[in-house]
Design a protein. Structure first.
Length: 526
């Protein structure tokens, strides 16, 4: 099952000093490591940013009670703001769905696939800029870069109230996708900087499940605006964009002030706590990150089969996401027969299912240590619910229940994101795998709205069957990924037991920016 690292006893290896403040950040070869496949990896001074702080850890008092207190403090200062950010991010994505039933389609005289492209254009921008944005996050301070993206995205959302033509709206949606594309990879990096492997899944679940909170908040705001539309000087859907945009700008400013680029720069930690933060994450076999692009890690990411399993999983699992995000309110009006205003508050249960369901399933991680098994279970539940929506034609209540309960599927995305934090080592490799996954995510969300064809309204049979097929394919990729990780862990454990695994013999090798394939002491969390 999941594990962090296998500890070395003193008799196994004599640890020798290798790194110093004088030779880190240099290209001088300081040591070598033999990877699991026999490849000799040269370790230079171009190491993880955590290394410079690790060199000062000799006199740190290791106290479990201090670690527990520090974890509570980190949670208190980081999680509320990241959760709020994710709620707003999803409010932004679903705002076009609310606006559609509040008059957006009528205002722009949309016909045929025109509304589908309101959703797809967002992911077109997201897709086009995923690699450039990932490069920016490696080169520049993570938190400051993310806060800039959030503030610009908030401004763009406010501007959604201004276009007088359909092309103007599509342009803004595309730009919005460009600046939102950096948020998820930034949060994955930040989670990996602060939390140990075994802590990351629950924390990722908490902030990602706040998409559900965003659905509840967005539905409530949209409903309140729609029921008082006659008292406004502009259409209620325009005010919706402005309100969510202003909230986003405010959160972007808070991120700039409060979330540090590195844990060692946090204004709310003492000097001792900063050093303990570095010590805590050594078991991850990775640190804060490295600002230098390493082609060898980029190549390894492209040749790693798990990278492409994540890509195709993201593609398959997010075709339904793109469909439901943009057509959820329309399904409630055209398929289930609710009025436009009723559909706004009838969307709230989907948010509650996502918020509560994802956290409960993540809580099961205490009893089932494999997050990929939990991911498989949640996807299987979503598949059953998708079948209820698609095939229970004579039972509208069963179809509606299927539509609501299907929103446990985001937990599978949470599992993928936490795998990037804990199972992909080497900073260049991590951002590359993350970018490739998010390209699949974008492609799926871009395709999704196109499966709901206007000529098939109000049942949208093709779109509903596409959801079922995609969930079946997603289950296959989850099982395949689990098998790959399990097989490699078993091989490394066997070689170590036989004394055939060469463990690095230099201090703080965890921060040498080695990849998961280069570091023989690395174990995948299942």
């Amino acid at each position: 099952m999941a594990s962090s690292s296998i500890e070395k006893s003193p008799e196994d290896t004599t640890i020798r000093p290798t790194f110093s403040k004088e030779n880190i950040n240099s290209n001088e070869i300081l040591a070598t490591v033999r990877s699991i496949d026999g490849k000799v990896v040269e370790v230079t001074g171009n190491v993880d940013e955590a290394m410079k702080y690790a060199l000062d850890l000799e006199d740190v008092d290791i106290d479990d009670e201090k670690f527990k207190k520090l974890l509570r403090k980190i949670d208190f200062h980081l999680l509320p703001l990241i959760c709020l950010l994710y709620a707003l991010q999803f409010m932004d994505k679903t705002s076009s769905s609310y606006a559609a039933v509040m008059g957006l389609r009528t205002y722009y005289k949309m016909e045929g696939v025109m509304y589908s492209w309101v959703g797809s254009s967002f992911y077109l921008g997201y897709l086009a800029f995923e690699f450039p944005v990932s490069a920016l996050l490696q080169r520049f301070p993570v938190a400051k870069t993310a806060s800039a993206f959030v503030i610009i995205w908030g401004v763009l959302l406010c501007l959604h109230a201004t276009p007088s033509t359909y092309p103007g709206l599509i342009t803004l949606r595309t730009l919005l996708g460009i600046f939102e594309s950096g948020i998820t990879p930034a949060m994955v990096i930040i989670t990996g900087q602060w939390y140990k492997k075994e802590e990351q899944f629950l924390r990722t679940s908490l902030w990602f499940s706040c998409n559900g909170l965003g659905t509840i908040m967005g539905s409530a705001i949209a409903y309140g605006l729609a029921t008082h539309e006659s008292s406004y000087s502009m259409p209620a859907w325009k005010i919706l964009f402005i309100v969510v945009g202003v909230m986003t700008i405010f959160v972007g400013i808070l991120i700039l002030i409060w979330i540090p680029d590195l844990p060692t720069k946090a204004i709310w930690l003492t000097e001792e706590e900063k050093r303990l933060t570095v010590l805590r994450i050594k078991t991850n076999q990775q640190g804060f990150g490295n600002k230098h692009f390493k082609f060898s890690q980029f190549k390894e990411a492209l040749l790693d089969i798990n990278t492409w399993l994540f890509f195709f999983f993201a593609l398959a699992s997010n075709i339904p996401n793109g469909s439901l995000t943009n057509f959820g309110s329309i399904l409630l009006t055209e398929t289930f027969g609710y009025t436009a205003t009723e559909s706004l508050y009838m969307n709230m249960p989907t948010g509650a299912v996502e918020l509560v369901g994802c956290i409960l399933l993540a809580w099961l991680h205490r009893y089932c240590s494999s997050r990929l098994i939990i991911s498989f279970i949640s996807m299987a539940i979503a598949l059953v619910c998708a079948c209820m929506l698609a095939f229970a034609k004579h039972s509208p209540h069963a179809r509606l229940a299927g539509y609501y309960l299907m929103f446990v599927y985001p937990l599978t995305t949470i599992c993928s994101l936490s795998c990037f934090s804990s199972n992909v080592a080497g900073h260049t490799k991590k951002i590359t795998v993350n970018a490739i996954y998010l390209i699949g995510y974008c492609a799926g969300n871009l395709i999704g709205p196109q499966t709901f064809i206007a000529s098939q309204a109000p049942e949208y049979v093709g779109g509903e069957i596409a959801i079922v097929v995609c969930y079946v394919v997603s289950l296959i990729f989850i099982a395949w990924t689990y098998f790959n990780y399990w097989r490699v862990n078993r091989q490394r454990n066997r070689l170590q037991a036989e004394g055939k695994l060469e463990i690095p013999d230099f201090e703080n090798y965890e921060f040498a920016d080695l990849t998961d394939k280069e570091n023989p002491n690395f174990r995948y969390s299942l």
